[in-house]
Structure formats: structure tokens, C-alpha cells
Design a binder for this molecule. Structure first.
Ligand code: SAM
Length: 238
């Protein structure tokens, strides 16, 4: 992938793989090979990723949660100069539990163009594998570590639609214990681990049965997504 295309003057939101390097679209590769600047979380990770696809990294601009506001102005400035910019995360879709929305907001408020590309995302990949209803769902992101955690769990369990939660592997047992303590031991859930990677697995069970599995294993390794069945519909056996 070496040839550069003439790209329009826009901010391209480019999803990258969540594990399997083949999960990148032809369009994403073309855009990454052709933009003037790639804004990314970690310049070393993204440089490595681009070289994996034989793309010579263009100018890389680091964007993380502590500098996103300032970078938003920098990106808008580049676009005003007529440049094309891609925004990528370390994994998956930018702006989903990753930096991005402030940049998109600044660019759109400045009357500049945003072009979102569809692609890999852990939440949707886990949702569709869960076997839980997909006609309506909520994405709740990461639970807070301490303050607000109880309220998060209460809200999660009150949802009638299917909910998707990101959690660190070393906190998943705690989250299941909190769901059990809140009276949701029977609730249907699916824990998706290491999506698109060699040791991918999907544990579809009740909260209590999943808790037993997690306790037996001692530790859960890798990245995880928890998909939780809705309150009414779980009760109705859906
Ligand atoms: N922007 C990413 C996306 O589109 O999915 C999410 C980034 S967020 C910082 C990282 C979280 O996503 C992980 O803690 C985990 O919950 C989930 N995740 C990312 N990759 C995953 C994978 N391969 N398998 C399971 N969960 C994954």
C-alpha cells in the first residue's frame, strides 16, 4: 500500500484492528497511506501499525485524554490550511472510550468536514456474538473504579435493553459480585474475551454461573467486554 491518493480536505475517523491485523478495510489503508497527518494516541504504536501495512508513517500527532482539547485546535488549524488528517486509536474505533469527540466537535463547529469510516469496535463485536437481543442496546463504557460505581451498577441493572460494558479483566469478578449483590444473579450475560485474537472466547451464562467460572479460573486474562441482558426481557426469558 504505497500509492498516495488525492484526499479531500477533511478529518477522517479511521478504525483499526482490535487484535486481528486483517480486520482493517481497504479504504482505511488507502486513507492512512494518503493523509498529510495521522493524529493518534501513541505515536510509537501507530508507527508500528502503519509499517505493518507497509505504509510509511506520515507526520504523527499524539492525542491523549490530557491534551485533547488543545489538539482539537491544532487539528482544526491543519484542516484550515487545506491538509487532510486521520484520527486513529490504539485499537478499534476512535472516540469510543478513547480520545476523539472533542476533536470532532471542534472540527464540526469550525465548519470543517468529518468523514467517519466504519470498522472494528469491541462493543459491537461482543454484542452481536452474545445471543442477547440486539434490536435495542445501550453502550455504558467503563464503570467508574470507586466513586459512582454503585450507581453505575444500579443503572446498568435497571436497563430494559441489552447493555454493553467495558471493564478491566482484574475487575470483572468484582463487577459480577456487585451485580449478584444487587439481586441480579439470574441475569443473562456474555463475557467476550480477546475478541478477534487467538484465545477469543465467549462465556454465555447467568451472572452467578459466570461468577463461578471466574472464581474457578482465579484470574481472567486479556481484554474483556461484558454484555448484559435487559431487566424485563431477561425475566421473560428473552
Ligand atoms: N476504541 C475501542 C473500541 O472501539 O472498541 C475501545 C478502547 S477502550 C480504551 C479498551 C477496552 O475495549 C478494553 O478495556 C476492552 O473492554 C475493550 N476491548 C478492546 N479490544 C478488545 C478485544 N480484542 N477483546 C475484548 N475487549 C476488547
Amino acid at each position: 500500500m504505497k500509492s498516495r491518493l488525492e484526499l479531500e480536505n477533511a478529518l477522517f475517523l479511521v478504525p483499526v484492528p482490535i487484535g486481528n491485523r486483517e480486520d482493517i478495510s481497504l479504504r482505511a489503508l488507502k486513507v492512512l497511506a494518503s493523509v498529510d497527518v495521522v493524529a493518534c494516541e501513541d505515536t510509537r504504536n501507530t508507527g508500528r501499525l502503519l509499517r505493518m501495512y507497509s505504509i510509511q508513517p506520515p507526520k504523527l500527532l499524539s492525542v491523549h485524554e490530557h491534551n485533547e482539547e488543545g489538539r482539537a485546535d491544532d487539528v482544526a488549524g491543519l484542516l484550515r490550511e487545506g491538509k487532510s488528517v486521520a484520527l486513529v486509536s490504539d485499537a478499534g474505533t476512535p472516540a469510543i472510550s478513547d480520545p476523539g469527540f472533542r476533536i470532532v466537535r471542534a472540527v464540526t463547529e469550525a465548519g470543517l468536514k468529518v468523514v467517519p469510516l466504519p470498522g472494528p469496535n469491541a462493543a459491537l463485536t461482543a454484542l452481536v456474538a452474545s445471543g442477547l437481543p440486539t434490536d435495542r442496546f445501550s453502550f455504558l463504557g467503563f464503570p467508574p473504579h470507586k466513586k459512582g460505581r454503585a450507581a453505575f451498577v444500579k443503572n446498568l441493572l435497571a436497563h430494559d435493553d441489552t447493555c454493553v460494558v467495558y471493564e478491566a479483566p482484574h475487575r470483572i469478578k468484582q463487577l459480577l459480585q456487585e451485580m449478584h449483590a444487587a439481586g441480579a444473579g439470574e441475569r443473562r450475560v456474555c463475557l467476550s474475551r480477546e475478541l478477534t485474537k487467538k484465545f477469543e472466547e465467549h462465556l454465555r451464562a447467568s451472572v452467578d454461573d459466570l461468577l463461578a467460572i471466574v472464581e474457578e479460573r482465579g484470574e481472567i486474562k486479556g481484554e474483556v467486554v461484558l454484555v448484559v441482558g435487559g431487566a424485563q426481557r431477561s425475566a421473560a426469558g428473552d
